[in-house]
Design a protein around this ligand. Structure first.
Ligand code: FAD
Ligand code: DHB
Length: 389
């Protein structure tokens, strides 16, 4: 089996890459070790930057997003007794959108199906070969147990943080930081108790009130890593969210409702460089992980692919490697900016137990919410810089 670009992973990075390549007349095959249903149901990110929305809209994926997505002017930043609204539109003229990763994925899968994209789901034993040659290949076993060799002009490693692509680039540099916190996330069938997201610093730990729609809320609590979601009753979750989010302050109330999903996610930062070797190119979580505070993970995956698609188009169609050769360095500049921002938001908002750090956090929060310069810096990073294309 031969194609122009072999794409490993049908997450947002792999799916969007296949879509952007097709728009340039470049053929691809997407291989994924999970089932189509599993990938479609995975609950993950919920916030799209302005640049992500602009790109999805430009490539014909914006119709349902415009109808069902919810544009937010900014966020609320809270610390005890104080809640401040940061208005990104006033500050920098850019905004963010609430539109779940599950919805982005569903729109992409629908578009790729309509375009007769070739997929292999539920594969096993994915292996990469000959990436330093101009005829690399991917071997795997399909859902029925038949072995395949997919040869291509290039391979895109979009296989997330546990996929095989990253380790196919030996001798690269990696930077890693594990945070001593985790997020307990819930999804609940209840109207959000807030118009825009609330990021809350609290002596008990960080809390975040997010949402997916007018009828579905998404909330997070800082917990100890390794916490078993089953060890928290629904009442305990809602009580702790109410405490940390300031139920009762200035008449604000948190409305509880039926919880439909509970999960605990670890928090780490990770960067692998370079993001390319020979004919293998990494994009999204395959190359970098950010902690969720600041909602950068999905947006970074989209930004990588926005750079990678034209680079692969030139490489495959015109045998012009200039953009491909520049890909890693260009992408890593944005990766490090987002890595810093996610680290900064994380360290500003999570309880570390160190009283000195606590005073620094509160001082930083007062500055960000009272200085236009401070607020503008946060807004610029949160709403995202325009893509370099
Ligand atoms: P992924 O979405 O991980 O896609 C990679 C794909 O590759 C997967 O479908 C995987 O099954 C497939 N794959 C793996 N190994 C193989 C193999 N051997 N062969 C074939 N295919 C393979 N970001 C936020 O901004 N906010 C959040 O709230 C948030 N919550 C998250 C919660 C969780 C539990 C996780 C894991 C991530 C979360 N993220 C969040 C990050 C965000 O979801 C990711 O940054 C985003 O999914 C990256 O997209 P991707 O396509 O690069 O990787
Ligand atoms: C969501 C996740 C985030 O990491 C974040 O910073 C904001 C919102 C969410 O899942 O809705």
């Amino acid at each position: 089996l031969h194609t122009d670009v072999a794409i490993i992973g049908a997450g947002p990075a792999g799916l969007l890459l296949s879509h952007l390549l097709a728009a340039q007349g470049v053929e691809s095959v997407v291989v994924e070790n999970r089932s189509r249903e599993y990938v479609g149901a995975r609950i993950r990110a919920g916030i799209l930057e302005q640049s992500s929305v602009d790109l999805l809209t430009d490539v014909g994926l914006g119709e349902r997003l415009a109808r069902e997505g919810d544009q937010h002017r900014g966020i609320h930043l809270q610390f005890p007794q104080e809640r401040h609204h940061l208005d990104f539109v006033d500050l920098i003229g850019r905004s963010v959108w609430v539109y779940g990763q599950t919805e982005v994925t569903a729109d992409l899968v629908a578009a790729r199906d309509a375009d007769e994209q070739r997929f292999f789901y539920s594969i096993s034993d994915t292996r990469l070969h000959d990436i330093d040659s101009d005829h690399p290949s991917v071997t795997f076993t399909d859902a029925d147990g038949s072995p395949y060799r997919l040869t291509a002009d290039a391979i895109a490693g979009c296989d997330g943080s546990f996929g095989p692509s990253r380790s196919a680039i030996p001798g690269g540099a990696t930077w890693e930081k594990t945070y001593p916190y985790a997020w307990f996330g819930i999804l609940a069938d209840v109207a959000p108790s807030t118009d825009e997201l609330i990021y809350a610093w609290h002596p008990n730990g960080f809390a975040l009130h997010s949402m997916r729609s007018d009828t579905v809320s998404r909330l997070y609590l800082q917990v100890e890593p390794g916490t078993d979601p089953a060890s928290w009753s629904d009442d305990r979750i809602w009580d702790e969210l109410a405490t940390r989010l300031g139920h009762g302050q200035d008449g604000w109330e948190l409305t509880a409702g039926p919880i439909t999903d509970k999960s605990v996610l670890p928090m780490r930062s990770y960067v692998h460089a370079p993001m390319q070797r020979g004919r293998l190119f990494l994009a999204g979580d395959a190359a970098h992980i950010v902690p969720p505070t600041g909602a950068k993970g999905l947006n970074l995956a989209i930004a990588d692919v926005a750079l990678l698609a034209p680079a692969l188009g030139d490489l495959v169609r015109k045998n012009d490697a200039r953009l491909a050769d520049a890909y890693s360095e260009t992408a890593l500049r944005r990766v490090w900016r987002c890595t810093h921002f996610s680290w900064w938001m994380t360290t500003m908002l999570h309880r570390s137990g160190d009283p000195f750090e606590e005073q620094l956090q509160l001082s930083q929060l007062r500055w960000v919410t009272s200085s236009e310069a401070g607020a503008t810096g946060l807004a610029e990073n949160y709403a995202g810089l325009p893509f370099e294309v």
